[in-house]
Design a binder for this molecule. Structure first.
Ligand SMILES: [Zn+2]
Length: 317
């Protein structure tokens, strides 16, 4: 039975849950919950305090006796840890690399995007969110490689797979119920984003998840899936890498390459404009001089979004 993609707590297996927000628009991420006895481990704490409060109240309704004693942050993007302060009694875990970047990845980083001077199309992405009251609350336990945590009578493994989507990605493996919480190294139903790379590591993260033979994979964004969705995402990453490498060799800009991407081969993925960020990541790997920078790509992304909408309107007119 597929897990419905609606906002709320969804049971995947006994005492093993996903918290979903029903949209893969920017800022709406997924979380996870593993319970044993009166102990619980929470995967990620969402973007705004409103989102986190809503989630914690849904969790309290579902498993009232469980005390969140562990939090694992899958990576440093704000939509996965800015709610940490609301579970600050827990031990908070991340990779050492993610924790280091979090020091410079608090809500102050969205301020430039909300300024009146910013392209209104970029501003519109973040305007719906209320970032007030967020006090960056950092991990208390960091690690490299692999870490095993005990939640009541259960064992949960945390595996470092970054640098991939970001510099310090981890995935959470729940062996007894064959569940993986993947953070943003997996996005289902939409174009995932490679901020950091190399893309080869993102592909390797897919292989690591497939090797764990999971029944359920909870992506950082999008509906819950399984191995088929991981394979599709792996194929997507390889498609982007091949296309971008060929376009770079032809001397095309990242925007030109994005316009020529074969969107028809991945018709079910939302937010096609995000492909330019991934093409840009491949270009940065090849260029080795930091270009094209993420800021420039974000501006081109909104241009591309407008182009794609106009094209679609022409086709449907
Ligand atoms: Zn995210």
């Amino acid at each position: 039975m597929p897990i419905p993609y609606t906002t709320g707590v969804h049971q995947l297996a006994p005492q093993t849950f996903a918290y979903l927000q029903g949209t893969c628009a920017t800022g709406y991420s997924n979380a996870g919950l593993v319970v044993s006895g009166d102990e619980a481990l929470l995967v990620d704490t969402l973007y705004t305090l409103d989102q986190t409060r809503l989630m914690l109240s849904a969790i309290a309704d579902t498993v009232p006796a469980a005390d969140i004693c562990w939090v694992v942050n899958t990576h440093h993007d704000g939509d996965h840890w800015w709610g940490n302060q609301l579970v600050s009694d827990a031990m908070i875990v991340s990779s050492t690399a993610a924790a280091r970047v979090m020091r410079h990845a608090g809500p102050e980083t969205v301020v430039p995007y909300l300024s009146p001077d910013t392209d209104p199309r970029l501003r519109a992405i973040l305007e719906p969110f209320d970032f007030s009251g967020i006090t960056p609350t950092y991990p208390t336990i960091t690690f490299t490689g692999e870490l095993e945590l005990t939640v009541g009578a259960r064992t949960v493994r945390v595996l470092e797979v970054g640098p991939a989507h970001t510099v310090g990605d981890v995935i959470i493996h729940v062996p007894d119920e064959r569940v993986v919480y993947a953070g943003d190294v997996q996005v289902f139903g939409g174009h995932g984003v490679v901020h950091c790379g190399p893309i080869a590591n993102c592909v390797r993260a897919c292989d690591t998840i497939l090797d764990l033979d999971p029944e359920f994979v909870v992506p950082g964004h999008g509906p819950v899936g399984g191995k088929a969705e991981v394979r599709q995402f792996r194929d997507y990453l390889e498609l982007v890498q091949g296309h971008a490498t060929a376009a770079h060799a032809k001397g095309q800009s990242a925007l030109e390459a994005a316009r020529e991407f074969d969107f028809g081969s991945v018709p079910d993925l939302a937010h096609p404009e995000r492909v330019i960020l991934n093409i840009g990541a491949v270009y940065r790997e090849i260029n080795t001089d930091g270009t094209p920078g993420p800021g420039q790509l974000l501006h081109q992304m909104v241009d591309l979004e407008e182009n794609l909408k106009t094209q679609k309107e022409k086709v449907t007119a």
